[in-house]
Ligand binder design. Structure first.
Ligand code: ADP
Ligand code: MG
Length: 386
């Protein structure tokens, strides 16, 4: 696992557990913003079997990608890394419909990870697939600075928790594989636990330490270095952060991991419009609320030299969650204050009715006037038009 705060190269895997929460939208737009800020940025589509990062970037699906890399021995990462027309942004496309890619990626995982670690760039953003399978988790574990995209729905929050749980236990299994006493204990703990009722991590570490002090210390160190950052997406109101704070508590208590929050992005129709137009949100609609909020996440990444450590002014707020809550409140009041701009191309059904009945009233008045005009004088000027 690369500890990003200690190197200039920041590897940022973007996961979330659940599909459709906005991982690819987030990865693409963050990549564009980091590139625009003058940092050499590489976006990698690692959603094997579901790759669509090219669409979020407004690119056609015609370039070589990971599918070609795993199916042809003579293809290198250099061959599949595309220089885009966007400033400082490079792109490694996904499987591009090459048959059998998922199995091949699984088999060549080590070589893919080795290649990813060789990329020379300031930011390397990995757009991961959904679920908590070993492939996604292993890609997430490349770095300690992953992002988790969650929506305020219970299913998304639970999936994000499940994802982190799998990540932590996957690491423990790999790390302790050659340590007999510790790995036996871990296997017993997992076997004996009832579903959803694992002992808290603090207790697991204590029992590992009792049998093998050094392994216990390694696990402690790993948990301290894993620093996932949440991005709450498709929120409706600032209160949506509450359900996420429950996740923060659960993850701390049960898994011993400190979550931070990089910000909240409201549900915004402009995101879908930009997807339809194949023009990335932050370029085509930079003034939209979602674009501005994603930009704020990008600024936090850019301004933290030791990312994922964030330079927070803790005299002003308790932690990154409280800062996100303050930002979400401010954005919400502005969102409420500017309804005309927000609703410009949508009409609610009751507004539509009001417009229609106003039009109906005008038509009846007009018809009345015409009747008056044509009354008596059968050959009036407007006769026959209605
Ligand atoms: N903040 C948002 N507001 C409205 N729609 C969004 C927002 N973020 C993402 N979407 C939409 O959600 C859908 C899924 O996004 P995507 O990034 O492909 O999800 P994932 O990669 O997690 O499967 C897309 O159609 C996208 O336009
Ligand atoms: Mg995706």
């Amino acid at each position: 696992m690369v500890l990003c705060e200690r190197t200039y190269r920041k590897i940022i895997p973007v996961a979330g557990g659940k599909g459709g929460v906005g991982k690819s939208v987030m990865a693409a737009n963050l990549g564009l913003l980091l590139g625009e800020a003058g940092r050499r940025t590489v976006l990698v589509d690692l959603d094997v079997g579901g790759s669509n990062l090219h669409s979020c970037l407004g690119l056609k699906n015609t370039n070589l990608g990971l599918g070609n890399f795993v199916s042809r021995k003579d293809t290198t990462f250099q061959d599949i890394m595309l220089r885009t027309d966007y400033s400082n942004l490079f792109f490694i496309p996904g499987d591009v419909l090459v048959a059998g890619t998922p199995e091949k990626v699984q088999a060549q995982k080590r070589s893919i990870i080795a290649q990813l670690l060789k990329i020379e760039a300031d930011y390397i953003i990995l757009d991961l697939g959904s679920g908590s399978g070993a492939l996604v988790v292993d890609f997430f574990l490349i770095s300690n600075a992953g992002l988790l995209v969650v929506t305020p729905q219970a299913t998304s929050v639970l999936n994000a928790y499940g994802f982190l749980k799998n990540t932590v236990f996957r690491f423990l299994q790999l790390e302790l594989a050659n340590k007999k006493a510790a790995s036996t204990l871990l296997a017993e703990t997992l076997r004996e636990a009832r579903p959803n009722a694992l002992p808290p991590m603090a207790k697991i570490i204590k029992s590992i330490e009792a049998r093998d002090k050094a392994s216990g210390a390694r696990v402690r160190e790993f948990l301290k270095s894993l620093k996932p950052g949440l991005v709450v997406n498709m929120a409706e109101t600032p209160e949506d952060l509450r359900i996420i704070e429950n996740l923060q508590d659960l993850v701390k208590k049960n898994l011993g991991v400190d979550l931070s929050c990089l910000g909240l992005v409201y549900r915004d129709e402009e995101v879908n419009a930009s997807m339809r137009e194949l023009r990335p949100l932050v370029l085509g609609r930079p003034d939209s609320l979602a674009a501005r909020q994603i930009n704020r996440v990008a600024q936090k990444i850019l301004q933290s030299r030791d990312f994922p450590d964030m330079p927070l002014d803790l005299s002003l707020y308790r932690d990154s969650f409280e800062l996100a809550a303050i930002e979400a409140e401010n954005d919400y009041s502005r969102k409420a204050a500017a309804p005309a701009a927000e609703k410009s191309d949508t009409i609610a059904p009751d507004e539509m009715l009001a417009v229609l009945s106003a039009q109906q009233k005008k038509i009846s008045e007009l018809q009345g006037t015409i009747r008056m005009l044509t009354m008596g004088g059968q050959g009036g000027p407007l006769m026959g038009r209605f």
